[in-house]
Every structure is written in structure tokens, then in C-alpha cells.
Design a protein around this ligand. Structure first.
Ligand SMILES: Cc1ncc(COP(=O)(O)O)c(C=O)c1O
Length: 385
């Protein structure tokens, strides 16, 4: 090869590895986060209508104004704040592109970004491609609580970005408004931008309310906040997300976006705009929809030897297999694929320094029959010991 790898240690993501192993072994895949049920037919119909109406050429670089206006109205309804659809909202290729663009906009050579382990896997490569480096602060299992003193210790004159993910994948915990206050205290007099990954904003359980950075008057002035219609509309393959940020920050994000993807699939944007406006119950009912699935999984795992750590948010659920095995999680997850024909996601690949733990992540964005089949296979694994 004629050039040096910029990410020599980066391999295939754990999601791809486990999904590939599931295929090889004919295992039921309840690891990777994607629904196995259809999208709302009304939404599918709106896409066809957008195509028939001729929305088939380049969308505007920032996103179609119909969608950005609907997002502004939705943000007002959810977080009680006004955002300018023209200057502060940008449609991106999923949440992933918004994260990447924000990181490229902020991070330069030698800059540092603080991220929390277990960390969603796209953050660090994006920081490194921008020439920066990640300082990783662990969230210790089983509570995965923020230790703001440790974050303070991790700050340096080079810190330019703190990335916070709430609700948090893969720990399935949520940050409180006290956490956001602690974060605001830390960055108050420092040149630090916040990147808030809130793709699971509508999946939060047991009556909790989502503490969005957008509802935090002080933090939102220095934040890029990232959302995903893939999660909200059960359509991860549509690759449609958005970023909300103050106008001067959005301007910088768009400089990256316009030479990255330029603009996002036009008919999907028109369809989503109509759907968000005419079917608000779709996102308003998401927490209840996934809470019911979480509860079913917990119920069906009773006596299986896999102890659920009740998820506070996201469409995942952690289970502790410590009663069944002391093997490292990657090894144990592979054993489950081979012997129980079930693919989960181990947690250690999301850590830089792996704490002692025996946890696997299961996705509950599945048909009830799939969740039941998964629970049965897990229970059978114990029975065969
Ligand atoms: C925490 C987190 N952030 C970002 C993303 C990416 O979202 P999208 O699929 O819209 O790119 C995901 C997807 O799984 C996620 O779990």
C-alpha cells in the first residue's frame, strides 16, 4: 500500500462481527440495534407520494425546509425552546454523519475530546481522523454513573470537546438534569464545546423525563445536539438524522456536511416532514412501546440465569451472565452464538480499560415473538449446563 493507515488499530465493529458470526452459525441476532418489524405503512405511503410528486433531485444542502420547520415545532413541543429552522437545524445522513461533522468542525491537530466509556464506537475514530485524541473517562458498572470529579481531572488546556450520550448506549442509563448542571459548571469558563448524542431521546422508561441539553439554557449555547429518525421512526436504514446548534456553530458544521454528503435523500425528507406533522403519536408513544418490550424480556428471562439490569432508556437491555460463567464477555458471547444459537453484544469493546463485568447487551426493538424466542434460547442454555 502506498499510504500509511490513519486508523491502524481499528478493525471491524463489534456489531458487524457479531452479526457475521450470527449468520455463520445460524443464530438469532438480538445484538445489533435494528427493528425486525415493518415501518408504519402511512410513512411508506408518504415516501411513494413524495417520489410521485417529483421530489427526486438534490435536496437543499441544509435539508428541505418543510422538514426543518417540523423539527423546530417538535423541539418546541418537547423542550420548550425556539430553534430557527433556517440557521440552527441541519439534516444529515443519520446521527452518525452529524456526529462526524461536529467533531471535524471542532477538533484540530493536538486537541482533546473527553468521551465516556463504554462509548459508542464512532466517536473516537472521528476524533482521531480530525487529528485529535480522546481522553476516556469510565462509567463504572453496574450503575454507570457520571463521576464529575474524574471528568474535572481529565480536563486540560487542550480539551475542546466533551461528548455526552443520553440516553446512553450501551449502558441503557440516562443522565439527570443534575448531571447536566455538573457538566455546565465544569465548562463554564472554558473554551469547550459539547456534543450531545440524543438519538434515543424518545426512549426513556418508568416515567422518567429526558434531560435534553436543548432544555438546558446554559449548555445549549455551546452544544451540537444530534438526533436520528432511524431510531424514532423504526427505520435505521433510512439514514436520516439531524443536528441542532446555535447559528455560528451550525455554519461550521455545514462546511463539513456540504463536502461530506452534501445533502440527504430528498423524498425521505418530504415524507418524514408529513409524518412528523400528521402522526405525532408515533414519537409520543415510543417510550411506552419499548418499555412494554423491555418488560416482556425481563419477565421471560426470569430463572434463565441471565439477570437483567433494568434499562432506564434506549431500546437495549443489559443482562448479567455472572451466575452462568466467569468467561470474558467476548468469549462468552461467542459461546452463546455457537451453543445457544443467539447473538448478543458484549460490552468490553466499548471500553478502553475494561472493568470487571459479565454483561451483554440485547436489543428489544424486535417483534414480541423474537424476544420470546431469544429468552427461550437463553433459558435453554442454562438448562443444558
Ligand atoms: C448512541 C448512538 N449514537 C448514534 C447512533 C447512530 O445513529 P444513526 O443510525 O442515525 O446514524 C447510534 C446508532 O446505533 C447510537 O446507538
Amino acid at each position: 500500500m502506498l499510504f500509511k493507515s490513519k486508523l491502524p488499530d481499528v478493525g471491524t465493529t463489534i456489531f458487524t462481527v457479531m452479526s457475521r458470526r450470527a449468520l455463520e452459525e445460524g443464530a438469532l441476532n438480538i445484538g445489533q440495534g435494528f427493528p425486525d418489524y415493518p415501518i408504519d405503512p402511512r410513512l411508506a405511503g408518504f415516501v411513494q407520494e413524495a417520489i410521485d410528486a417529483g421530489h427526486n433531485q438534490y435536496a437543499p444542502m441544509e435539508g428541505v425546509i418543510e422538514l426543518r420547520s417540523q423539527i423546530a415545532a417538535k423541539l418546541k413541543a418537547c423542550y420548550g425552546a425556539e430553534f430557527d429552522p433556517i440557521q440552527e437545524i441541519t439534516i444529515t445522513c443519520g446521527g452518525t454523519e452529524a456526529l462526524y461533522d461536529a467533531i471535524q468542525a471542532v477538533i484540530g491537530a493536538g486537541d482533546e475530546a473527553i468521551i465516556f466509556d463504554p462509548a459508542y464506537d464512532s466517536y473516537e475514530p472521528a476524533v482521531r481522523l480530525a487529528g485529535g485524541r480522546c481522553i476516556r473517562v469510565p462509567l463504572e458498572p453496574p450503575a454507570f454513573a457520571y463521576d464529575w470529579d474524574r471528568v474535572r481531572e481529565a480536563l486540560s488546556p487542550r480539551t475542546r470537546l466533551i461528548i455526552i450520550n443520553n440516553p446512553h448506549n450501551p449502558s441503557c442509563t440516562v443522565a439527570s438534569s443534575a448531571d447536566l448542571d455538573a457538566l455546565a459548571d465544569l465548562v463554564r469558563d472554558r473554551p469547550i464545546t459539547i456534543l450531545a448524542d440524543e438519538v434515543y431521546e424518545h426512549v426513556i422508561f418508568d416515567g422518567r423525563l429526558h434531560a435534553s441539553v436543548l432544555a438546558h439554557v446554559e449548555l445549549r449555547r455551546r452544544s451540537f445536539v444530534v438526533f436520528s429518525f432511524g431510531k424514532t421512526l423504526h427505520a435505521t436504514g433510512w439514514r436520516t438524522g439531524y443536528c441542532v446548534a446555535p447559528a455560528e456553530m451550525t455554519l461550521e458544521l455545514r462546511k463539513v456536511h456540504q463536502f461530506n454528503t452534501f445533502s440527504i435523500v430528498a423524498p425521505l425528507q418530504y415524507a418524514i416532514a408529513r409524518y412528523v406533522a400528521s402522526c405525532p403519536e408515533s414519537w409520543q408513544g415510543l417510550s411506552a412501546f419499548f418499555e412494554a418490550k423491555r418488560n416482556l424480556l425481563i419477565e421471560w428471562l426470569r430463572g434463565s440465569g441471565f439477570r437483567p439490569i433494568k434499562a432506564a432508556g434506549t431500546y437495549f437491555q443489559l443482562v448479567d451472565y455472572g451466575e452462568l460463567s466467569r468467561k470474558p464477555d467476548v468469549e462468552f458471547a461467542d459461546q452463546l452464538i455457537r451453543e445457544a444459537k443467539i447473538a448478543t453484544i458484549p460490552l468490553s469493546p466499548f471500553y478502553h480499560q475494561v472493568p470487571r463485568m459479565t454483561l451483554l447487551r440485547i436489543c428489544v426493538a424486535k417483534r414480541d415473538e423474537t424476544i420470546q424466542a431469544a429468552a427461550q434460547r437463553l433459558a435453554a442454555f442454562k438448562a443444558q449446563r
